[in-house]
Design a protein around this ligand. Structure first.
Ligand SMILES: Cc1cc2nc3c(=O)[nH]c(=O)nc-3n(C[C@H](O)[C@H](O)[C@H](O)COP(=O)(O)OP(=O)(O)OC[C@H]3O[C@@H](n4cnc5c(N)ncnc54)[C@H](O)[C@@H]3O)c2cc1C
Length: 378
């Protein structure tokens, strides 16, 4: 069921090669310096990977969700932060893919393929899990909208060339009064706040954004007024599958490092791989990751087939199972590497810090369980 055709296999081979040759060698440096990896933007653009879901008519490779999942998995084995660059790009483009008219798609999807960055701006200081509590307001006038408000934690926020911005056009209507707009970086009145100093996923920027009387032309509204909330929920479904793919790759990367170490590390006269206690841990790490991978591919397959009944559950389940697994696997990896695991000389401590975010972002794992339960009980 999860088979790729020859062209897709060749794309994945390219991803494996550039991950091995170009991403893995700089993963620790990105973590250490926390600098935004512009060289990866260039690398992904050159290889057609910066916005793989974009259809061929707009210059993309028109990848299936399943292929994109596998691409993210490969990159995350070396650097979850590098994969997050692509996830943030896909999230930012999602509302355009879902609601954009021909003119909007032609302009912005083409830009995204050619190296311009996007971001998805929904979260606010008082509106995280409770996203409907957002206060950013878009007021209609003759030529478009005047927007005031703020966003926080926005991935790629300070480096993006354009954003998809969620705001209320009619707050009294709650979810039905939320709309979504494309906003260009140069728009007067956008103030870029601080980039957050994070525990992990270093190299990925997360920015506070303030909007003071910014003007958005009417042609930059996506869909109709009131389409924002449903668009956001649909974008989240895809985003959760992408986060799950990142978690699967991250867990696999930690397993690969751990297996290698257990064969080399001698204690009590033999490799620690010979110890049953270690073997049982390795088995559980691999079993959990295999299960997460299958859940994630199934969620991607459901998205590719637009199987609405399954998507509502398979995407959140994949996200929380895969990210909880990645947290456990990376924590166990540090444990198995012992004191060395705690040191920055080995990548597993970085992987453990990176894994934590995936349990939180794009909807916390508690919210994922809540959404799943609602679907079970509906
Ligand atoms: C590094 C990073 C990158 C991000 N990137 C983006 C981005 O690009 N764009 C964007 O719009 N947002 C982004 N976010 C925001 C992210 O999606 C939110 O942080 C997340 O949805 C949780 O919101 P919160 O942080 O406000 O936590 P809160 O909603 O305040 O939650 C706090 C705790 O309460 C729990 N909780 C809340 N409500 C419930 C409930 N009903 N039932 C059970 N438990 C509950 C949560 O699970 C959590 O444990 C990012 C966040 C981070 C940290």
């Amino acid at each position: 069921m999860y088979m790729l055709n020859d062209e897709e296999k060749s794309i994945l081979e390219t991803v494996k090669r550039i991950t091995r040759e170009k991403i893995k060698p700089i993963a620790a440096e990105i973590d250490e310096t926390d600098g935004f990896p512009w060289q990866l933007v260039e690398l992904f653009t050159e290889n057609g990977l910066l916005a793989p879901l974009v259809p061929e008519e707009y210059g993309g490779i028109g990848a299936s969700r399943l292929l994109f999942s596998m691409i993210l998995e490969e990159i995350s084995k070396a650097s979850a932060s590098a994969a997050l660059l692509l996830i943030a790009q896909a999230d930012g483009l999602s509302p355009i893919m879902l609601l954009g008219n021909e003119e909007q798609k032609k302009k912005y999807l083409t830009m995204a393929v050619q190296g311009k960055l996007a971001c998805f701006a929904a979260t606010e200081p008082d509106a995280g899990s409770d996203i409907q509590a957002m206060r950013t307001r878009a007021i209609r006038h003759e030529h478009g909208y005047r927007v005031n408000g703020q966003k926080c934690f926005i991935t790629n926020g300070s480096v993006a060339d354009f954003m998809t911005l969620f705001a209320y056009t009619d707050p009294d209507k709650k979810a039905k009064g939320m709309s979504v707009f494309i906003v260009d970086r140069e728009t007067k009145g956008i103030i870029f706040g601080k980039n957050e100093n994070k525990m992990g996923m270093k190299g990925c920027v997360n920015t506070q954004l303030f909007f003071e009387d910014i003007e958005i032309p009417l042609k930059n509204r996506l869909g109709e007024e009131g389409d924002g909330f449903i668009c956001m929920m649909k974008a989240f479904e895809v985003g959760r599958m992408l986060a799950a793919s990142q978690a699967v790759g991250l867990a696999q990367g930690a397993i690969d490092e751990t297996v290698k170490y257990t064969k080399d590390r001698i204690q009590f006269g033999k490799p620690i791989a010979a110890l049953e206690a270690i073997q049982f841990m390795l088995s559980d790490m691999v079993a959990g990751t295999e299960a997460s991978r299958l859940l994630t591919y199934q969620a991607a397959y459901d998205l590719d087939n637009n199987d609405k009944n399954r998507i509502a559950m398979s995407c959140p389940i994949a996200k929380y199972m895969a990210s909880d697994n990645a947290m456990k696997v990376t924590t166990d990896a540090v444990q198995i590497l012992g004191g060395y695991g705690y040191m920055k000389d080995y990548p597993v401590e970085r992987m453990m810090r990176d894994a934590k975010l995936i349990q939180i972002y794009t909807g916390t794992n508690q919210i994922m369980r809540l959404v799943t339960a609602r679907e079970i009980l509906k």
